[in-house]
Design a protein around this ligand. Structure first.
Ligand code: GDP
Ligand code: MN
Length: 388
């Protein structure tokens, strides 16, 4: 799970890593109040899960109240595309922080290097640039060290890295101290990535983290209650939120054909076949192996809560999943949710005959059975068009 910049900075602060103080705001009024409290100059920063916000116009320095208001108005609601074409992401919140007087900008990161099974620390005096660009244009400028998990990364080890990176002698101690604290945070919070770009030296000679990119290992979220809560907040899409609560693997897409399959591979091919048949999938939903009736009801609830959905395709290949269980779920959900959407069902594999028989006996007017995946895709596209 990726943290927003301000969530990363809050995590840093918990581990005594120096960061500018600031406040998060969801609307212009709150942003102006925050700016007034922080004082001027302050910086208004878009909170989205991508870098390159500065270049995209998502970061503005404000010298007074009017400028803070104008910056918040411009940034909130803005769409930002990442430097590698990610997104676009709409800005729903801004972080307002005291402006820093920058003397130098450095690049720093810890990443979990899976090939060596060690944490890799990288430091460079060429801050502000992304690390791929540094690695390409000036690889020697990047000081690197793989951290021996038995030894850890104390201030002395961090100072060696700082010296190797060519950080001026007078700033090496403060830089090393910050990096070592960051390392404590990396371990304690089960992070797999921490990137600080830029890590700055201020005109006053302080070393602080000006940006924060943090990824937490999802498998460890159970032991970080406060981080797990952030995850819920980060899902601003109502369907994704609902799916998350019901423990379903769901990704919202733009189209009008709801899709439910079992197994990620089958779901992916179902999306492809629907697209091939000329349709637009509304979602990816993997009901998982061993889908029971209740799981199907949950899944249909999520799919149909998306107003764009006009027809639904079930593509189930029974292995561990029993087709009769899925059929029971479809029938139950149709009754419980009073479903009127056209449903196309392709059941194959374990207990498919029993499943198909149950569906036939239920006599649902809006339900269509198809034998093949392509046939089912063509049928659902036709029904969605007719419904539109
Ligand atoms: P990113 O573009 O998404 O990586 O956002 P950053 O937080 O890294 O900010 C981009 C750039 O904006 C930084 O490299 C700085 O040059 C500049 N910037 C951010 N905050 C401040 C600040 O407080 N003062 C000044 N002078 N510049 C800032
Ligand atoms: Mn940055």
């Amino acid at each position: 799970m990726d943290l927003l910049e301000y969530q990363g900075k809050e995590l840093f602060a918990r581990h005594d890593v120096p960061v500018p103080s600031g406040k998060v705001a969801h609307d212009v009024k709150a942003a102006v109040e925050a700016a007034e409290e922080i004082g001027y100059p302050c910086v208004v920063k878009a909170q989205v899960l991508i870098g390159g916000r500065g270049k995209a116009g998502g970061i503005k320095v404000a010298g007074d109240r009017a400028e803070a208001e104008a910056a918040a108005e411009a940034i909130l609601g803005m769409d930002i595309t990442g430097p590698h074409g990610e997104g676009p992401f709409t800005v729903h919140q801004v972080w307002i922080e005291e402006a820093s007087d920058i003397e130098s900008e450095y690049y720093f990161s810890f990443i979990l290097d899976r090939s060596t099974k060690k944490v890799l620390a990288m430091l460079s005096t060429t801050g502000g640039m992304d690390v791929e660009a540094i690695a390409e244009e000036d690889p020697d400028a990047l000081a690197k060290v793989h951290i021996d998990p038995g030894k850890g990364f104390d201030v002395a080890a961090a100072k060696e890295l700082a010296s190797e990176a060519g950080i001026p002698a007078e700033f090496q101690d403060k830089t090393a101290e910050l990096i070592s604290k960051l390392h404590d945070g990396f371990g304690a919070e089960d992070a797999t990535l921490i990137e600080v770009n830029p890590l700055i030296v201020t005109v006053e000679g302080d070393v602080i983290a000006l940006d924060a990119k943090v990824t937490i290992d999802n498998s460890a979220l159970y032991r970080h209650e406060e981080l797990a809560e952030l995850e819920d907040d980060s899902l601003d899409d109502p369907q994704e939120q609902m799916a998350h609560e019901k423990n379903l693997t769901y990704v919202k897409l733009d189209g009008d054909i709801g899709i439910l399959g079992n197994g990620a591979g089958l779901c992916m091919s179902t999306l492809d076949v629907v697209a091939q048949a000329g349709g637009d999938p509304a979602n990816f939903l993997d009901a998982g192996g061993g889908s029971k009736a209740d799981a199907v009801v949950d899944a249909l609830e999520v799919i149909t809560s998306d107003q764009k959905v006009k027809a639904i395709l079930f593509n189930i290949f029974g292995g561990i999943t029993r087709c009769d269980e899925v059929a029971k779920g479809i029938i139950e959900a149709t009754e419980r949710l009073d479903l009127k959407h056209p449903l196309v069902v392709r059941l194959d594999g374990t207990n498919s005959e029993e499943g198909l028989k149950l569906l036939a006996e239920a006599g649902l007017d809006n339900l269509h059975q198809e034998k093949t995946m392509l046939g089912a895709a063509e049928k659902v596209v036709e029904l969605a068009k007719a419904a539109g």
